[in-house]
Design a protein. Structure first.
Length: 467
């Protein structure tokens, strides 16, 4: 994505797109990171002359490097099963209450902490001299300079969100070698320049600086929420739905832990107080499963059919880990309905309606809990990311929350990335409020007002909370 920024101007252009296909070898699910790096180089070549480069990716996963910088095997995918049973092992040394009080991170079996405990004693970890999270690995290959960007570091469950520094005591007690991590960087910090060989391969003329941005894509997406005041909730909606509030300080109470809220760091010292929800992964995996059976759907037509299906006939817990692995999603949704005594979807349209009703309800519950636990009031919900294109989901979320929903921008992560670069280059100035004002005045947005009787949503919320 190439962004063009000037005072009052913000344009974004997609110049290259490439697939991200995980690979399973010998029973382990890996990222094909060399194919991804090749896609990055192809994208830089297609971009043409640029002022700077910023990199954001997903969270928690990492590559291990030898002393000479060689990658010691393909990074493992967070959806791999290697961390099964590991959290329970960790809790024997450090109870979950103590872990949350120190790091503020919600329970997720794939957190970097659990991955490293699972990797203990492996030849690869024993040989490693450095660990780089995924965006930092790409940055290192481009520049030869190693660092660990703060917003992504905050997803490892090894960072203290109060200080923005490593939780050394946690690592020591669990035998995690923290010297593996490169020095911390913050959004806007310099992260090196493109190597001469990268310039030669991409046709770019140097020097081209790489700038640390909110390298966790959700951090960049939240920075690009076009809010007019601080009384907003956000849902960064794509494969995952990350629903919550932007705060000045973490919420580290036991009640917050029990509600499974996370405190991740954002741009400009903010805290992303949110709950992870499976998101449109449920729909994406259902479509993949049907396609594997030779059944292809036109998605707009299927969504139109889902809009006509009976509302809230069946809902599932969209944060349930049972939906985390790939494969067989419609069957798992049906099984969840059976377990809870609800009608099983009879066709694809009813399955999609179940998914979208469930996501809207999960959005409501997350925002209600975030308000209660933080004491922050909310006047509007912003949906950013690919889910902003899903009109039915946006409408259902407005109805479920009883609040107006502002949808867009869809490419929020790329916009937040570009704007942090532009500020570092001196093209724009100011804080998040100034960035958001530019977004609001330049990006297409759509507003959905809540409609109809909220009784059904209230009943469904009560039923899900008590299940």
């Amino acid at each position: 994505m190439v962004g063009r920024v000037a005072p009052g101007v913000l344009d974004l252009e997609e110049v290259h797109r490439f697939p991200n296909r995980p690979v399973r070898t010998a029973g382990t699910l890996h990222w094909d990171v060399l194919a991804l790096y090749r896609g990055v180089l192809d994208g830089l070549r297609a971009a043409g002359p640029v002022t700077s480069v910023g990199i954001d990716t997903w969270a928690v996963d990492y590559g291990l490097l030898a002393a000479d910088g060689t990658l010691l095997g393909n990074p493992v995918h967070y959806r791999d099963t290697r961390t099964e049973g590991v959290p329970e092992k960790v809790w024997q040394t450090m109870p979950p209450q103590e872990l949350y009080a120190a790091t503020g991170l919600q329970y997720a079996p794939f957190n970097t902490l659990y991955q490293l405990v699972a990797a203990a004693g492996t030849p690869q970890l024993a040989a490693a001299q450095q660990l780089l999270l995924m965006p930092d690995l790409i940055s290192y290959w481009l520049t030869g300079t190693a660092g660990t960007e703060l917003t992504n570091a905050s997803t490892t469950q090894l960072l203290d969100p109060r200080t923005g520094d490593w939780a050394q005591g946690i690592a020591e007690r669990l035998g995690i070698p923290m010297p593996l991590f490169a020095p911390l960087r913050r959004p806007g910090d310099p992260a090196g320049e493109l190597r001469p060989e990268v310039l030669a391969e991409t046709g770019l003329e140097g020097p081209v600086p790489v700038v640390a941005v909110g390298s966790h894509d959700t951090a960049s997406a939240v920075a690009a929420v076009p809010a007019r005041t601080d009384r907003f909730a956000y849902i960064s909606c794509g494969t995952w739905s990350l629903a919550g509030l932007e705060l000045d300080a973490p919420v580290l109470t036991e009640e917050s832990r029990a509600a499974n809220f996370t405190n991740e760091l954002g741009v400009d010292g903010t805290v992303r107080y949110l709950r992870n929800i499976m998101g449109l992964w449920l729909l994406q995996e259902s479509l993949r499963d049907w396609e594997a059976q030779g059944i292809r759907f036109d998605l707009p037509h299927l969504l139109a059919q889902a809009a006509e299906a009976a509302p809230l006939r069946s809902v599932v817990d969209a944060a349930d880990p049972v939906f985390l692995p790939p494969g067989g999603m419609p069957d798992r949704i049906a099984q969840a309905c059976r377990r809870t005594g609800q009608p099983v979807p009879r066709d694809a349209a009813e399955t999609v309606r179940c998914v979208l009703d469930s996501l809207a309800l999960a959005h409501r519950l997350a925002i209600e809990d975030a308000k209660r636990l933080s004491g922050r009031e909310v006047d509007v919900v912003h949906i950013v990311g690919g889910g902003a294109h899903n009109e039915l989901l946006c409408r259902l979320t407005a109805d479920a929350c009883g609040l107006p929903v502002v949808a867009g921008p869809a490419e929020a992560a790329a916009l937040g990335n570009v704007l942090v670069q532009a500020r570092a280059a001196g093209v724009i100035s100011g804080g998040l409020a100034d960035i958001r004002s530019l977004l609001h005045s330049t990006q297409p947005l759509r507003q959905y007002e809540p409609s109809g009787d909220s009784t059904l949503w209230e009943e469904a919320a009560c039923a899900l909370r008590s299940s």
